[in-house]
Ligand binder design. Sequence first.
Ligand code: G
Ligand code: G
Ligand code: NA
Ligand code: MN
Length: 251
Amino acid sequence: IQLEEKLHKALENEEFRIFFQPKINIKSGRIEGAEALIRWQNDQGDLVSPGEFISIAEETGLIISIGEWVLEKVCSQVRLWRQQGIDIHVAINLSPRQFRDKELVKKIHRVVSSNGIPADCIALEITEGVVMDDEENAISLLRRFKEIGIRLSMDDFGTGYSSLYYLKQFPIDELKIDRSFVMGIPDKQDSKAITTAIISLAKSLRLETVAEGVETEEQLEFLKRLNCDMVQGYLFSPPIPAEEFTNLVKK
Ligand code: G
Ligand code: G
Ligand code: NA
Ligand code: MN
């Protein structure tokens, strides 16, 4: 209850912030996109990571309002970047409760339109669990997102219980290889085998691939050889505030 109240206040007092982590095109080395990651700057000025409050926000339903705030912030940032000639797409994380929100498609359509940005500048990151809970419903919802032009990304791929059958049915654009597999490169045979298999599967389904948690040159080289499309991780940049991101893109 206490944390719930604090989260309500945090939303009212604009204590949340959005950090952006670049997604780099592995061939060109250019920043093509970003993942938006929320942080909570508490009254002591410390940054609280979402791991400490997203699940409570999810349980209490506050995630719906927080998610709307994230969406507004991300779309207005994309608009500002476009005004400066910076053309990147930004991915937003969705949790299960948000995915079950009947108004979600309408809300996203409205915020994207009111900011005058192309819908394909916005991607939604969903996890396997979120869609596999109710596959049939998920497919029709994902189709509605595709109809309005939103990009769809399957997050943490390989850690959940996705069925390959449904993976083919889902109208997704991109698979994100979970950090736990990338972490095992180059030492762990099984991590390398799984990463290789995911990239090959993605290619045969014509999905783009993003490797998360890339921290070393060796990992980058391995992913390059597999023709992975994009990389994200501390090797390039941690999640950073918008102003820093702007400077990074301009460099
Ligand atoms: O930085 P990291 O600690 O940022 O993020 C931890 C987790 O929190 C991520 O796995 C991500 O799924 C989740 N997360 C980050 N930002 C958001 C957000 O805006 N909305 C939701 N629903 N989850 C988020
Ligand atoms: O679940 P999701 O993939 O959305 O979460 C992304 C999380 O991974 C965030 O908490 C982010 O801060 C973290 N992260 C991003 N890049 C790296 C990295 O290179 N190494 C590690 N250990 N964590 C990372
Ligand atoms: Na994510
Ligand atoms: Mn992930």
